[in-house]
Design a protein around this ligand. Sequence first.
Ligand code: KIV
Length: 262
Amino acid sequence: MKKININSIKRLKSKEKISMITAYDALMAKIFDDIVDIILVGDSLSMSFGGDNDTLGISIDEMIYHTKAVCKGVKKTLVVCDMPFGSYLDKNEALKNASKIYKQTKADAVKLEGGVEKADIVKELCQNSIAVMGHIGLKPQFVRAEGGYKVKGKNEEEVKKLIKDAKALEEAGVFCIVLEGVKADAAKKITDSISIPTIGIGSGKNTDGQVLVWSDMLGFFDEFKPKFVKRYLNGAELVRNSVKEYVKDVKDGRFPSEEYWY
Ligand code: KIV
């Protein structure tokens, strides 16, 4: 089975839509492997599995632990590890932490949030043979600084800035860019302005690919559903019902029956 690499992802631009999903452990990664093109070990982990209100609290060592697990479950799909908040404040810090991710895990690339202002850092990583995925638009690591999650590309000025960000990242060497929470028409303009793929989340259909958080799309996180999430399964409900059935079997003495004992 040939492993997907960053060049195969780049070649998909304008040919075939790219699929990306998050995973945080070997169990789910094994299920998603060879079905999706890219698995992202997102810092969304801190919210969907850590129970935090935002993504800012997760550490580099926690990201490494989960990325290691994901890589153990994967044979074919490309794996990207999010660089957590505060781990790429300057070039040296970024290189030290991205190298740590590369050394301690089998991740194929790292992802970091930011545009023009992060281009130098991206360049430093790429020049030191670390593959980087960009992330612009709504940047969850900026939630406290921006006072909430803000959709981007709402006016001409914002669109111009996003295109500038995308071009600066492309020039710095990223192999593709996540566009999160960008108005659909703006996402199309950004996608058309660069020669590397864009992967959208809540950014319409004119990006080169799509990404969703697995626990959102499979309905395991059912407290609320953002507009951009399509639910493919009612995971939480199915699990709750199955666990209720198990508890009832235990209480009523139906489990275990003879076939389950030695
Ligand atoms: O952390 C994450 O899961 C992400 C995706 C939502 C793009 O960054």
